[in-house]
Design a protein around this ligand. Structure first.
Ligand SMILES: Cc1cc2nc3c(=O)[nH]c(=O)nc-3n(C[C@H](O)[C@H](O)[C@H](O)COP(=O)(O)OP(=O)(O)OC[C@H]3O[C@@H](n4cnc5c(N)ncnc54)[C@H](O)[C@@H]3O)c2cc1C
Length: 421
C-alpha cells in the first residue's frame, strides 16, 4: 500500500501531525502499536473508577490546547489552584490569591511565605509572567541555581516549591532547566488545571476522532518494526502485516522507542509511580493537591481526585492518588504511612486499586533549554514528540503540528488545513 505520509505512534504528537496533514488533503496512515490511541495518556475503567495511567493533569492555559482541543467537549473538572503542605506540626493551605481570595489570610498565617519570599518569587517568576519570550531566549541554568540567584530559600523553597516541582518535573535535585520550570509555573499561575470528566484518555480520543474525520487512517495494534529509506522512496515494515510505502514518514513513538527506528541519541527520561486508592469511608476533606514539606517518605504529591472530578469514582465512593518518583524505593507500607500523616486519617483500610509504574513518563529537560529540535532527521524522514519540543502536553502537540508543517512544506502541498488558525 502507498500513501503520502505514514505517521508512527498515536500519542498526542502523532495524532496532531496526522490531523494537520489529513486536513491539508494528504493521504495519511497512522500506526499505533498498542491496543488504543493515547500513548502516555490512557484511562482505564476499573470497578467503576477511572484510573489514568499515572496521575496527570491538563492545563487549559496551554496555547496548543486552546488552539487544537475542544475543551468544552472534555468537560474539564478543575482542581482548586493551590497546594496543601504537610509541615512538621500541622498542615497549611496556600491558594492562588487571585482565584481564591478567601485563602489569603491562611496563606499569610501559614508561616511559609514572608514579604522577602514574595519579592524573591517575583524576581524568579516575574519575567516568565510578563515576557515569556525573554525567558526562552535568555541565559539558562539549573533550577537550583535559578532559585539561588533570585534569593528563593527557606521554607517556601524547601517545603513548597521543591516538593511541588519534584512531582511536576519527575526529579528531586532541581537540575532541570530553570527556564523550563519558570514557563511551567507560569502556566500554573495562568490556568486552572484539571482532568477531563471521562479521564485523561478523553483528550487523545478526541484528537483521534478529529484525525479520522479529516480522513486519516488509524491502525491499532500495528507496530512499525523498521523504516527503510532509499533515494526514491521510504518504506515502513509493520509487524505481522504488509509494508507501507510513503512519500514521507513521521516517527512519533515516544522518547524511549524513537532510537529503535531512527538514528537519534536516546533522550534521558524520568519515571513516575502512581498509587490509586479507594478510601473505605469519608475521604480527607481537602480538595487541594497535597505535598509533604517534611519529605518524610516517597510521596511527592497526593490528591483526592473525586472531590474535583466525581466521575472518577462510582457514586458514594472516592478516589485518592499518591505519586512517587519511580527512582525511589516505595513500599506499600511506606506509602500508606505517609498518606496517613499527610491527610491525618487512618489509611490502613483503604483499598489499593492499582499501582502504575511509568518508566519513561517525561523526557529530561536539562539546561540550557532547547525548545525545538530539527523536524527532519533524514531523507523523507521526520521525528515528533514531547522529547523534540518540551516535556508536556503542550510540547507534544506543538511538536506534532510543527513537524506536519515541515512535511507539508517539503511535499509541496499548498492547500491550507481546514479549520487551522
Ligand atoms: C505519569 C505521567 C504524568 C504526566 N503529567 C503531565 C502533566 O501533568 N502535564 C503535562 O503537560 N504532561 C504530562 N505528562 C506528559 C505527557 O503525557 C506527554 O508529554 C505526552 O503525552 C507525550 O505524547 P507523545 O505523542 O510525544 O508520546 P507518547 O504519548 O509516548 O506516544 C507515543 C506512541 O507511539 C506508540 N509506539 C511506540 N513504538 C511504536 C512502534 N514501533 N510502532 C507504532 N507505534 C509505536 C506508543 O504506543 C505510543 O502510543 C505526563 C506523563 C506521564 C506518563
Amino acid at each position: 500500500m502507498a500513501v503520502d505520509v505514514v505517521v508512527i505512534g498515536a500519542g498526542l504528537a502523532g495524532l496532531r501531525a496526522a490531523t494537520r496533514l489529513a486536513e491539508s488533503g494528504l493521504e495519511v496512515e497512522l500506526l499505533e502499536a498498542s491496543d488504543a490511541v493515547g500513548g502516555r495518556q490512557r484511562t482505564d475503567e476499573v470497578d467503576g473508577f477511572l484510573l489514568d495511567r499515572g496521575f496527570q493533569i491538563l492545563n487549559p492555559a496551554y496555547p496548543a490546547v486552546r488552539r487544537w482541543v475542544d475543551m468544552p467537549a472534555l468537560r474539564l473538572k478543575t482542581f482548586p489552584v493551590g497546594v496543601r503542605v504537610r509541615r512538621a506540626d500541622r498542615s497549611v493551605e496556600l491558594r492562588h490569591p487571585l482565584r481564591h481570595p478567601t485563602g489569603i489570610p491562611a496563606t499569610l498565617l501559614s508561616g511559609l511565605v514572608t514579604p522577602r519570599d514574595v519579592a524573591a518569587l517575583a524576581r524568579w517568576l516575574g519575567p516568565a509572567l510578563v515576557r515569556p519570550k525573554t525567558v526562552i531566549s535568555g541565559p539558562d541554568r539549573t533550577l537550583a541555581e535559578g532559585w539561588d540567584r533570585t534569593g528563593i530559600r527557606g521554607a517556601l523553597r524547601t517545603e513548597v516549591l521543591e516538593p511541588f516541582l519534584t512531582g511536576v518535573l519527575a526529579e528531586a535535585d532541581a537540575e532541570t532547566s530553570d527556564a523550563f520550570a519558570r514557563l511551567l509555573v507560569r502556566m500554573f499561575a495562568l490556568g486552572a488545571p484539571g482532568v477531563p470528566e471521562r479521564g485523561m484518555g478523553a483528550l487523545p480520543a478526541q484528537l483521534a476522532a478529529s484525525a479520522g474525520r479529516a480522513g486519516a487512517g488509524i491502525r491499532i495494534g500495528a507496530r512499525a518494526t523498521r523504516v527503510r529509506t532509499s533515494t526514491a522512496r521510504i518504506d515502513v515494515d509493520v509487524d505481522g502485516g504488509d509494508a507501507l510505502r510513503a512519500r514521507a514518514v513521521i516517527v512519533a513513538v515516544g522518547p524511549e522507542a524513537a532510537g529503535d527506528l531512527i538514528d537519534i541519541p536516546r533522550p534521558e527520561t524520568r519515571g513516575l509511580q502512581t498509587w490509586w486508592f479507594a478510601p473505605d469511608a469519608a475521604p480527607p476533606a481537602s480538595a487541594l493537591l497535597a505535598v509533604d514539606g517534611r519529605r518524610n517518605g516517597p510521596i511527592v504529591n497526593t490528591v483526592v481526585m473525586s472531590h474535583s472530578a466525581p466521575s472518577y469514582a462510582p457514586p458514594g465512593r472516592h478516589l485518592v492518588q499518591a505519586t512517587c518518583l519511580l527512582s525511589t524505593e516505595a513500599s506499600e507500607a511506606d506509602v500508606r504511612r505517609q498518606l496517613a500523616e499527610i491527610w491525618e486519617v487512618d489509611t490502613r483500610p483503604w483499598q489499593l486499586l492499582r499501582r502504575d509504574d511509568i518508566a519513561h513518563a517525561l523526557p529530561a529537560q536539562p539546561s540550557p533549554l532547547r525548545v525545538a529540535s530539527p523536524a527532519q532527521v533524514g531523507d523523507r524522514l521526520y521525528v515528533a514528540g514531547d522529547h523534540r519540543d518540551t516535556a508536556s502536553i503542550q510540547g507534544a502537540l506543538v511538536s506534532g503540528d510543527r513537524v506536519a508543517r515541515a512535511v507539508l512544506r517539503d511535499l509541496g502541498t499548498t492547500r491550507p488545513p481546514a479549520g487551522a488558525g
